[in-house]
Write a protein that binds this ligand. Structure first.
Ligand code: DI6
Ligand code: FE
Length: 407
């Protein structure tokens, strides 16, 4: 029996690469079977006879329909919160100073190590519900607040459990090289060896979809990150990198050299870094929430990325220290306002390009036959309405893998 549905009377933003801009289709329809898109395009190209009689009929009443949104960079799973550091920074302390005196990432590491699995699941689940309420159907979740094998594994298992028990597709990223834990007593090279040794067990348990690192003065050097990347590449794992966020450490070029899926942040990336990323197809993931929250003044070199043809994605970077942001729509607004991205770049950045940055562009991110039917249906007509608001997103309904359900 046919188990599908037909969505009609929809204004589609297909994001199909063959169409210009957002791939808008004014009077559009989507035919779904077994969770996959069979047809997405103009209603006139889908004759009534092509729709199986058993198909459920959904009238979108002229609403805008986009691919389900993809938040391709988050740190959703963690213990504790860091509002005290926010207050310190309001008084003038810098993020780097706080990190050097034992706060920052290591404050969250201490809280995460103490939290039970169920507590990590419950707090991350509440955060996830906020993202989902803005139309997110796929989310990437990083480890990196455990910094020992047992706690990194716990974080990644909690992320996998979110994917099983919540109505959202989860991809996991191992970020063991996020910061130096206190027990390493300043020995960065020794800790990097440990991170490389953690990889095989975590990969064997199926906990890693990609491997990430923090390439920065207060974290790890390009050669240290390179050792983690070598170990990851030997296991066939895709790579991502926190690159050039606080200073130009050559992170963009490093990510490109390893043909990483993405380099993220990039406020201080150089022209050469942008050129290298274009050549390697490495996506630039822009994280305006962190730029805003740290009161950074140097914006990423968006113009250079455009000139070289680097693909741009946008994400929340949701984390307790530098971007406590739970709305991907607001991240789009910030990318437009602070980084001057166009509405089209913003929307492509949370759909098609976000999928590319996760290596799942063949599965989700556009409304095209063969992909999962992940949709966001909006009480809006114009795509710019999704970008121009701050708070109170106009989501009408969300569909994941052809099913319309809650979080
Ligand atoms: N860059 C960031 O913005 C987050 N991690 C990273 O490498 C910050 C994480 C934190 O401060 O807890
Ligand atoms: Fe991050």
């Amino acid at each position: 029996m046919f188990t599908g549905a037909i969505y009609s009377n929809a204004r589609l933003a297909t994001l199909a690469p063959a169409l210009p801009g957002l791939g808008l289709v004014d009077d559009g329809a989507i035919l779904v079977s077994d969770g996959r898109i069979v047809f997405a395009g103009p209603s006139s190209e889908l004759p009534g006879s092509a729709v199986p009689p058993a198909a459920v009929r959904i009238d979108c009443e002229g609403r805008l329909v986009t691919p389900g949104l993809i938040d391709c960079h988050t740190h959703l799973v963690h213990g504790g919160e860091r509002s005290a550091e926010f207050e310190l920074r309001l008084k003038g302390a810098s993020y780097q100073e706080i990190a050097r005196t034992g706060g920052g990432i290591n404050a969250t590491v201490a809280a995460t190590r103490q939290a039970t699995d169920d507590a990590l699941f419950a707090t991350a689940s509440a955060r996830l519900a906020r993202l989902v309420a803005d139309g997110v159907t796929t989310v990437e979740i990083k480890s990196g607040y455990g910094l020992d094998l047992a706690t990194e594994a716990r974080m990644l298992r909690v992320a996998r459990r979110l994917g099983r028990e919540r109505d959202v597709s989860v991809l996991t990223t191992f970020l063991g090289a996020h910061a130096l834990p206190p027990e390493a007593r300043g020995d960065k090279d020794g800790y990097i060896r440990l991170v490389a040794e953690m990889l095989p067990a975590l990969a064997a348990e199926g906990l890693i979809d990609a491997v990430d690192g923090f390439c920065e003065g207060i974290a790890f050097s390009p050669s240290q990150i390179g050792r983690v990347f070598d170990a990851a590449a030997a296991l066939g794992l895709p790579l991502k990198l926190h690159a050039d966020q606080l200073s130009d450490g050559g992170g963009a070029a490093l990510a490109a050299r390893y043909r990483a899926l993405s380099a993220d942040h990039l406020e201080y990336a150089s022209e050469g870094g942008a050129a290298a990323m274009a050549a390697s197809g490495t996506v630039a993931v822009l994280l305006p929430g962190a730029y805003y929250f740290l009161r950074e003044t140097q914006a990423p070199p968006v113009e250079a990325f455009r000139r070289h043809g680097v693909r741009l994605a946008v994400a929340t970077d949701c984390n307790p220290g530098t971007s406590p942001l739970l709305s991907l729509l607001t991240a789009m607004n910030m990318a437009a306002t602070l980084f001057r991205l166009s509405v089209e770049e913003c929307l492509a950045g949370v759909t098609r390009e976000a999928a590319r940055s996760l290596g799942i562009a063949d599965q989700v991110g556009t409304l095209e036959a063969g992909k999962w039917c992940d949709l966001a249906i909006w009480d809006a007509e114009r795509p710019a309405e999704l970008v121009c608001r701050i708070g109170g997103g106009p989501l009408h309904a969300r569909v994941r893998r052809g099913l319309r359900t809650g979080a």
